[in-house]
Design a protein around this ligand. Structure first.
Ligand code: ADP
Length: 467
């Protein structure tokens, strides 16, 4: 896969992840910064107000105890300590005249003593106001308190330092925002890259597979995340597809191989009928043999089609309760004369009445195949035992023979299409009987297992869900 193609696939999604993460992060950060700024500014104002109220209360008490001279001395000392541009005190008489005041030269824009008195409630409650001072002195907070004899005490506190602090804070916050946005973008990019690398690997594998490399798999990054799960599922799906394709190839090879012999025989029969001077009898015999071979061929093709249909599902169109005990007894009766002819002891034990949901005819074929094999691969003097038993919600049919048995190496393969063990090649058959039996069993929700030992016999066990 080229770099351009990769970029073409990843870029839009990665970009969207980056934009979303950066956008959301920036919006939340801006909101958090604004809230933080207003909380700090509110706290500073509350602290200033409390300081003013506390000071005015103390000064009022001092005035009450020590009179005007004590008040003047305290105000002068406070103003000298803090500086006249940081704090202002004025004592205003009931007629609006200024009785005492600290240096107000830095407090341009402050109201006249007479104006200061207006709007002050007579009940003595402390009043607070904010005043914008001129000539870039910033703002100030003013507190007004009426003393006992109607004298007004005014106190002003410059907010310049608080405002400088808030300005600096806002500058720091707004400068850090772009840096944080950059960081959020970088993080978004890293996350998108990490997440999309796995998807990219799946896409690359899919492209290679589409080009014919069926053995290609997506490497497991080992993170155990969703992308790894996608990779694992993808690999499992590929394993399954590869197994199916291998199976398909084998089946095609087998079909070609197994159809070749009957076709060659038909050709040979026909050829021998037309060369030389065949009599009418010869021709009739050749035609009869050809028909027989064609029938065998047809049967083989039909069985293959039946297997495919049962494996694909949907072959059973009408589901009914099929009495297995009954059809098994019928099958044993049917095979009894064949067993006698071959000198085999066929024993049938009906354990219980049992039925399955399914189709009668296919189940008969299944049982007939198992019985036919047992008799076919058991020499004279041997015995075949057939039994039926119920296990909870299932039923089991066992066909046990004392015949030639199956080699361990052959056991896993005998249910494959066209598979015939070497020792059975001389016996009639096409290697499709057990494949069909298994396909029918599976179509009924059951299965067939086998245990066998070479030279000691075999036991086939069919298990079906009972109705
Ligand atoms: P076939 O037409 O060859 O009988 P099957 O599919 O029925 O085909 O069986 C596949 C192979 O399994 C047989 O060729 C045979 O080698 C082996 N087999 C099946 N049943 C038995 C049995 N009861 N005893 C020994 N071998 C068996």
């Amino acid at each position: 896969m080229t770099l351009d193609m990769r970029a073409g696939i990843r870029f839009p999604l990665a970009l969207r992840v980056i934009l979303w993460s950066t956008g959301l992060f920036s919006a939340f950060t801006l909101l958090a910064f604004t809230v933080f700024y207003f909380i700090v500014s509110g706290m500073l104002q509350a602290r200033t107000d409390n300081d003013i109220i506390d000071d005015l209360t103390e000064l009022r008490a001092l005035y009450r105890a020590g009179g005007m001279s004590a008040l003047h001395a305290e105000l002068a000392s406070d103003a000298a300590t803090d500086g006249p541009e940081a704090v202002l005190y004025r004592v205003i008489g009931a007629d609006g005249g200024l009785l005492f005041g600290t240096d107000a030269s830095a407090w341009s824009g402050i109201e006249s003593p007479r104006q200061a008195r207006s709007g002050i409630p007579k009940d003595g409650a402390t009043v607070l106001r904010t005043l914008a001072l001129g000539n870039s002195a910033g703002r100030a907070r003013l507190g007004y308190a009426l003393l006992d004899d109607g004298v007004l005490l005014q106190m002003g506190v410059s907010l310049r330092e608080d405002e400088a602090f808030l300005g600096l804070l806002w500058k720091i916050l707004s400068l850090s925002l772009p840096a944080l946005m950059l960081l959020a973008g970088l993080l978004g990019w890293l996350l998108a890259r990490r997440a999309l690398t796995g998807i990219g690997a799946v896409t690359e594998a899919a492209i290679d597979i589409a080009r014919g490399d069926l053995g290609r798999r997506v490497p497991d990054a080992g993170h155990g995340d969703e992308v790894d799960r996608l990779a694992r599922t993808f690999n499992e799906m590929l394993d399954r597809i590869q197994a199916l394709l291998t199976c398909l190839r084998e089946v095609t090879d087998d079909i070609a191989h197994d159809l070749r012999s009957p076709l060659a025989r038909i050709r040979g029969l026909t050829e021998s009928a037309v060369v030389g001077n065949p009599t009418l009898e010869d021709l009739k015999a050749a035609a009869g043999n050809t028909v027989e071979e064609c029938d065998r061929l047809l049967q083989m093709v039909n069985t293959m089609l039946d297997i495919t249909e049962f494996e694909a599902g949907g072959a059973i169109r009408q589901w009914t309760a099929v009495p297995v005990d009954e059809i098994l007894a019928d099958a044993c009766d049917l095979f009894q004369s064949l067993a006698e002819d071959k000198g085999i002891d066929l024993q049938w034990t009906a354990g219980a009445q049992a039925a399955v949901q399914g189709a009668r005819r296919p189940l008969q074929r299944l049982l007939a195949n198992l019985l036919d094999n047992a008799l076919k691969y058991t020499p004279a003097g041997g015995c075949v035992r057939v039994s039926l038993s119920r296990l909870d919600d299932r039923l089991a049919v066992e066909v046990e023979d004392s015949g030639v048995g199956i080699a361990e190496a052959d056991l896993p393969r005998i249910f494959e299409r066209f598979y015939r063990c070497d020792q059975s090649r001389s016996a009639p058959g096409n290697g499709l009987g057990l494949s069909l039996a298994m396909a029918i069993a599976r179509a009924h929700g059951g299965t067939i297992t086998v245990s066998s030992r070479r030279g000691e016999g075999s036991r086939f066990r069919l298990v079906l869900p009972s109705s």
